[in-house]
Design a protein around this ligand. Sequence first.
Ligand code: NAP
Length: 317
Amino acid sequence: MLATVIENESVRCIHRPDPVPMTREVLVRVEAAGVNGADLLQRRGRYPAPADAPPDIPGLEFAGEVVALGPATSRFAVGDRVMGLVGGGAQAELITVHERVAMPVPAGLDWVAAGALPEIFSTAFDALFGQAHLQPGERVLVNGGAGGVGTAAVQLAAWAGATVVATVRRPELAERVASLGAVTVVAEVGDRQAEEHGPFDVVLELVGAANLPNSLRWLARGGRVCMIGVGAGAKAEVNVLHLMSARGTVHGSTLRSAPLESKAALARDVERHVLPGFEQGRLAVHVDATFPLADVHDAYEHFAAGGKFGKVVLTMS
Ligand SMILES: NC(=O)c1ccc[n+]([C@@H]2O[C@H](COP(=O)([O-])OP(=O)(O)OC[C@H]3O[C@@H](n4cnc5c(N)ncnc54)[C@H](OP(=O)(O)O)[C@@H]3O)[C@@H](O)[C@H]2O)c1
């Protein structure tokens, strides 16, 4: 198979042996695979793959067709359209994946959208509902609304009946994020522009720890902050009196290293609570750009340049 490989802090596409499915794995011919910030970090040698993933083939999500089955699988048949979240290895023509982390692709969803769905919608769903227990009528602040996870989180929170405020740093993207169901505020990390829209029951952090002092300051009573992305920095000095007086909670999580049990449980939650939104036309994957697998270097550079709305996706056919 052709696969993206990380070598000397760069990516290129080369031939690798085809993987073989183990007992409860399915072999998938990948049609599309999203690019994520974690891939760029791994390229720079700063985010090694977990033990259950290939060490040098990046890619945290895929969509494709099942082409072979391990001997003890039962969830899928050859020919099924599947997608899923993995610890690595998705940016290749073939991947083996435990059947419990694979999800059926909703009817009508094309390969590009399906290949870019698992990471952003699983992350946003787990943060907003699994961790922060967002309720209808609550007010949520999404910091980083124009990125992949941000575009998913705004849609999910709005669909759940929350009032959504989202920060974006590029004014030209504000209207597109607003069209997903949010009041948008143009702000760099650490800025105070969102304050007038608070206090917030939930803050989803996708940008950096420098937003945390303000997030705690603007927390409603019983409010929850969920730390998911810290690309703009992981350290901040906070006044914990703000947390205490709000009787607040700070959550955090990284999905990539989560055990199989957690990933499988999340996949079932996404199947039950998120995928129907695609079938009903309530949710969409917003794709900024697609690149053929052979141009993986250009795809990473496009992602790194910033200013995108939603996802960057590699296509294999
Ligand atoms: N914990 C987990 O399990 C998990 C899972 C998925 C993702 N993540 C992380 O969560 C973050 C968001 O993921 P994503 O896929 O949405 O990434 P993304 O598509 O790159 O989006 C990040 C957004 O943050 C904005 N941003 C970056 N630096 C900023 C700054 N200094 N001030 C204001 N805005 C800034 C970006 O704007 P520009 O385009 O203008 O730079 C972009 O709109 C990433 O750091 C990712 O690695 C974590």
